[in-house]
Ligand binder design. Sequence first.
Ligand SMILES: *[C@@H]1O[C@H](CO)[C@@H](O)[C@H](O)[C@H]1NC(C)=O
Ligand SMILES: *[C@@H]1O[C@H](CO)[C@@H](O)[C@H](O)[C@H]1NC(C)=O
Ligand SMILES: *[C@@H]1O[C@H](CO)[C@@H](O)[C@H](O)[C@H]1NC(C)=O
Ligand SMILES: *[C@@H]1O[C@H](CO)[C@@H](O)[C@H](O)[C@H]1NC(C)=O
Ligand SMILES: *[C@@H]1O[C@H](CO)[C@@H](O)[C@H](O)[C@H]1NC(C)=O
Length: 238
Amino acid sequence: MAASSTNSWLFAICILSVFVSPSFSDDTIYATSLLKFKQSLTNATMLENWKEPVVDKLCSYNKPNWTGCLCANDSFIGLRLDGMGLGGEIDTESLSNLPLFSFSIMNNNFAGPFPSGVNKLGKLRSLYFANNSFNGEIPEDSFSGMKSLRKVVMSDNSFTGNIPLSMVELPRLVDLRLQRNRFGGTIPDFSQEYLTVNFSYNDLVGPIPISLSNQDVSSFVGKFFSGIYIFLPFFLLI
Ligand SMILES: *[C@@H]1O[C@H](CO)[C@@H](O)[C@H](O)[C@H]1NC(C)=O
Ligand SMILES: *[C@@H]1O[C@H](CO)[C@@H](O)[C@H](O)[C@H]1NC(C)=O
Ligand SMILES: *[C@@H]1O[C@H](CO)[C@@H](O)[C@H](O)[C@H]1NC(C)=O
Ligand SMILES: *[C@@H]1O[C@H](CO)[C@@H](O)[C@H](O)[C@H]1NC(C)=O
Ligand SMILES: *[C@@H]1O[C@H](CO)[C@@H](O)[C@H](O)[C@H]1NC(C)=O
């Protein structure tokens, strides 16, 4: 008897505390994650309004409260941190619980390898890393499991090595821009139906896969066969 009434008291206290305890809005949690993300950036002077105490709403209608946040319908949907002189690390871990549909860091000073854990950003539809100083090989599985990813823009960097095979398996991919890097090897056999690519100005070798033979000629310009400049790759198919 005594035990069961203690239990019901405990139960009541639990229920009450759910209503009484301060409730953190989703945006408060997202803003806290963004602050953590900011810590790994360098020269983040343009993000000076990202600070404690964190806002409880990141968006009012389509207007962001914090610089670089993208808003739609009163909700946070992504980041556009273009041309802010940013460098440092991309801490994907701290972004992984955000509803991040679009992530753009173009025209900054990010260097070093492709950030690890990008494929943990499972909601991502668009990724814009163009015009930084990223370099080195991209691990083959870097894009694996990204079922929503439609657009990947990584032009104007110094990536080397093969085009990662996990890109071939992105089911929704429609736009892939890798021009002006130093990707090597052969072009893998992309087969997404509505895909547009640009592989110009890399160090790729070998033929253009038949699956990409309907692409614009300007997507395959530059040093293609090692040492030979080709401007009319369609001849290769004949
Ligand atoms: C941002 O949020 C803070 C606190 O929630 C508020 O005082 C401020 O007016 C907001 N700024 C903008 C530009 O919406
Ligand atoms: C915004 O909300 C309207 C109505 O609920 C919806 O039709 C629209 O698709 C939403 N837009 C975005 C970008 O989520
Ligand atoms: C730091 O950012 C500012 C503007 O955001 C930019 O003008 C400056 O060149 C950047 N500095 C470095 C070292 O990148
Ligand atoms: C590349 O980014 C730099 C800033 O880092 C900017 O000055 C330059 O205009 C950008 N180039 C293009 C083609 O957007
Ligand atoms: C591909 O990129 C090259 C180099 O930036 C550009 O000249 C060409 O117009 C682009 N082609 C397409 C189809 O995007």
